[in-house]
Design a protein around this ligand. Structure first.
Ligand SMILES: [Zn+2]
Length: 63
């Protein structure tokens, strides 16, 4: 479990999400997280490689 601060797609406030990362997992993941401030769904695309998380995009989770 790793915590990352992201900027909400809707209200531009920052909030933390906890991302589940398997130690041997490599690849791209898309998950929906509700903003802690405005409760809108943010779709977070992130990439896991060698235990490192890179967030590629935060978008509209309603689509
Ligand atoms: Zn928000």
């Amino acid at each position: 479990m790793e915590y990352k601060a992201i900027t909400c797609f809707f209200c531009f406030e920052q909030f933390e999400v906890s991302l589940e990362v398997g130690s041997s997992f490599v690849g791209n993941i898309s998950e929906i997280y509700d903003c802690e401030v405005c409760c809108n769904p943010n779709k977070i695309d992130y990439e896991v490689y060698d235990g490192e998380i890179n967030i590629n995009n935060v978008g509209n989770g309603n689509e």
